[in-house]
Design a protein around this ligand. Structure first.
Ligand code: 8YV
Length: 320
């Protein structure tokens, strides 16, 4: 039997490309001189799709792939995949949960500490020779803070566990109160923002969370407020965030994700009081390789008729 055809619309890490190449007929669409022509001629033969990068996997692309069975997406967030549309067409979507939970939680704590204690600013100060003149100014503290988590899922809980160990009070907002949760729940984001001074966003992207962290929420966080975002840039109204920082309505922000990556607004780059990272939450060799292996393993498992390993909720899998 011929190997199933797998389409890779945009570049992925070498481990994924090499392993898929061994087992499947892999087509690297981004290297094709005429991607549209290739899709028109061969789209009908594609049975699996390996999705990395942020090219949208939407109805238009699915239209070109009538025999598609599975989309195996890199990353726990899959807002670049129209999973509901895939589900309507009987196409399974998988993501890479669990393998990155602790890594992203580690990064969130690092970014929180860096932002509160102004670590990058302190390091720049030393390198500039300013320590020779006078000590670095005293920083704000984590000690008096209450942290509100938006997105109390696997990563949110891993962050909460770390904060528990740090002796910091944690609360959360989600659509529903979670049974048996160790932390207090708030029904609305704005109520939680009023009650805390530090907001950590781990929420997924997409239409449901777009712009949720609004000017109103930032104002509710208050002048000592610190926003940390390791979820998706789209969840924060970036223009409102810049305006709130400029007006002194919040103290600072630590951001790993942005609305239009890799473009970061100059107004943020110009500010010395924010900490900005290039979307590195899961970006260690160890964790990215584990994510890559899971992308491959989902496809292998599917084409061995063993079902998907980690289907997303929009395309639940029940064995026929
Ligand atoms: C990846 C992420 O950087 O898993 C996610 O949802 O945001 C990150 O781990 C991203 O998906 C890579 O494209």
């Amino acid at each position: 039997m011929s190997k199933p055809a797998i389409l890779m619309p945009s570049p992925m890490m070498p481990l994924v490309v090499e392993r898929l190449d061994e087992r499947f007929r892999l087509h690297r669409l981004w290297e094709d001189p005429d991607p549209e022509g290739w899709l028109a001629a061969h789209g009908g033969s594609v049975r699996g799709l390996a999705a990395g990068g942020h090219r949208r996997i939407d109805a238009a692309l699915l239209d070109a792939l009538p025999s598609l069975e599975i989309v195996s997406s890199f990353g726990v967030g899959y807002d670049h995949v129209d999973a509901a549309e895939a589900g309507r067409r009987g196409v399974v979507v998988t993501n890479t949960p669990d393998v990155l939970t602790e890594e992203v939680a580690d990064l969130a704590l690092g970014l929180l500490l860096a932002t509160v204690r102004r670590l990058p600013q302190a390091e720049r100060y030393l390198r500039a020779g300013e320590w020779l003149e006078k000590p670095f100014p005293l920083s704000p503290t984590l000690r008096t803070r209450t942290v509100g988590i938006l997105g109390y899922g696997r990563i949110g809980k891993a962050i909460a566990r770390r904060l528990d160990a740090f002796g910091v009070e944690v609360v959360y907002h989600g659509r529903r109160r979670q049974e048996g949760a160790a932390h207090r729940h708030y029904d609305t984001l704005v109520d939680m923002a009023r009650a805390v001074d530090t907001l950590i966003c781990v929420a997924p992207g997409g239409a449901a969370t777009k712009g949720m962290i609004s000017r109103e929420v930032l104002r509710a966080l208050g002048p000592d407020g610190i926003l940390i975002n390791v979820g998706r840039g789209t969840t924060v109204d970036e223009a409102a965030l810049i305006a709130a920082l400029e007006a002194g309505e919040i103290l600072s922000a630590g951001l790993d994700v942005f609305e239009d990556e890799p473009r970061v607004p100059q107004a943020l780059i110009d500010r010395d009081d924010v900490v900005l990272l290039p979307h590195v939450g899961s970006a260690s060799v160890h964790t990215r390789e584990a994510m890559g292996r899971l992308v491959v393993d989902n496809l292998v498992s599917w084409f061995e008729n063993a079902g998907p390993l980690t289907p997303v909720p929009e395309t639940p899998w029940t064995k026929a």
